[in-house]
Design a protein around this ligand. Structure first.
Ligand code: FO1
Length: 312
C-alpha cells in the first residue's frame, strides 16, 4: 500500500506516473482541500479535480487544470448577468461542480462525493479529501486577508504575504481513511506540491503530522523547488515573503520531523550534505516532468529510493 499527500498540478503528474507502475487499487491519495471555494453557488475542489481529471485522462494538459477542449458558454452568460467570472469554469467542468454540490446538499460528505465521482469516471485509486469539514487557506497581506484563490487567480499572486491562515484547522477532522492510510502504508510519498499551501495545509489537519511521525511507512518527499525556483505556482514567492529559505533544503526543513528520504533535483546536489544533516537521506535525479516518460521515470525513482532505504 502506498499513500500520497497531494496538491494540484505537480502532484497530479507524479501520480499519473505512479499509476502506470503501481496497481491503482494500491494507491491512496490524500488531497488538499484548503483551496476549495464557492462560485455561483457551487462547491469547487480544485486540487481534487486536477488529480481526478489527470488520472482519468480528461485534464487540459496545457493549463494543468480544467477539462481539455472545454467551452465557456455558461461563464460568458454569467458575465452578461453581472457575475464575477475571473475563476474560469468550463461548461463540462461545471457539471462536476453541480454534481458535487447537489450531493453535498443531499447530505453526503465530500469524501463520499469524491468516491462517487472517481467511480463514475472509472478510477480505481482511492482519492480522499484531507477533511470533510470546512477548511479554507487564506492569505494575509499588510492590508487584508483573502481566500487563496483570490490571491492566486484573481490577483495573480502579486501581493507580499505576511501570514498563511489555515482557517478551520482548529475544528477540521481528518476525513475517514486519512490517518488509517498513513498508518497502514508501506510507503508515504509527499508529492512535489507547494509545501506551505498544499502539503502544509494537509499537515495542518489535526493528527496528520503525528501520524506521519508515528507510522512505520518509509516517507519520501519530492522537492517542488528546483534550483531555487518552482516549475509552477507561487511557492518560491511565498517562502521568500515568509522568511523561509527558497531551496530544496528549505523544503526539507519543513518536513524534517517525519521525513526519511528527500528526492531533489540533480541541479541541487550541492545541498545534499545539508539535507542529510537534518537526519534525512538525500537522493538526486532529474525531477522535471515534461513528458509522460518523465512522470513514470520519476515515480520509479521515488519507489526505488523508498525500497532501497527499507532494506538498508
Ligand atoms: N487556475 C487559474 O490560474 N485560473 C483559473 O481561472 C482557474 C480556474 C479553475 C477552475 C477549476 C479548477 O478545478 C481549477 C482552476 N484553477 C484555475 C486552478 C486552481 O486555481 C489552482 O491551480 C489550484 O487551486 C492550486 O493547486
Amino acid at each position: 500500500m502506498i499513500t500520497t499527500l497531494a496538491g494540484g498540478v505537480g502532484a497530479a503528474k507524479l501520480l499519473d506516473g505512479l499509476s502506470s507502475i503501481v496497481p491503482p487499487e494500491e494507491l491512496t491519495i490524500i488531497v488538499n482541500t484548503g483551496d476549495d471555494c464557492e462560485f455561483h453557488g457551487l462547491h469547487i475542489s480544485p486540487d481534487i479535480d486536477i488529480i481526478i481529471y489527470t488520472l482519468a485522462g480528461l485534464v487540459d494538459e496545457e493549463k494543468g487544470w480544467g477539462i481539455k477542449n472545454d467551452t465557456f458558454n455558461c461563464l460568458e452568460m454569467l458575465k452578461v448577468y453581472g457575475h464575477d467570472t475571473w475563476f474560469k469554469l468550463g461548461d463540462r467542468d461545471l457539471a462536476t461542480h453541480i454534481h458535487r454540490t447537489m450531493m453535498l446538499k443531499s447530505g453526503y460528505r465530500l469524501s463520499e462525493v469524491t468516491k462517487d465521482i472517481c467511480t463514475r469516471l472509472g478510477l480505481k485509486q482511492r482519492i480522499i479529501p484531507m477533511t470533510d469539514d470546512y477548511f479554507a487557506t487564506k492569505i494575509r497581506t499588510d492590508n487584508e486577508t483573502m481566500h487563496f484563490q483570490e490571491y492566486l487567480v484573481k490577483r495573480g499572486s502579486v501581493d507580499v504575504i505576511r501570514e498563511i491562515v489555515y482557517d478551520g484547522s482548529e475544528n477540521a477532522k481528518p476525513a475517514p481513511g486519512v490517518i488509517e492510510s498513513i498508518m497502514e502504508a508501506e510507503i508515504v510519498i509527499i508529492c512535489p506540491s507547494n509545501p506551505l499551501v498544499s502539503i502544509g495545509t494537509i499537515l495542518a489537519v489535526k493528527g496528520v503530522r503525528q501520524a506521519l511521525r508515528n507510522t512505520k511507512a518509509k516517507k519520501v518527499a519530492v522537492s517542488p523547488i528546483i534550483g531555487g525556483t518552482v516549475v509552477k505556482g507561487p511557492a518560491d514567492k511565498m517562502m521568500r515573503h515568509l522568511g523561509i529559505e527558497v531551496s530544496a533544503l528549505g523544503v526539507a526543513k519543513l518536513y524534517a520531523d517525519f521525513l526519511d528520504i528527500f528526492v531533489m533535483d540533480e541541479v541541487d546536489a550541492a545541498l545534499m550534505h545539508d539535507v542529510e544533516r537534518l537526519g534525512i537521506k538525500a537522493v538526486t535525479t532529474n525531477t522535471l516532468m515534461k513528458t509522460k516518460d518523465d512522470r513514470v521515470r520519476l515515480a520509479k525513482f521515488v519507489l526505488d529510493a523508498a525500497l532501497m532505504h527499507r532494506k538498508a
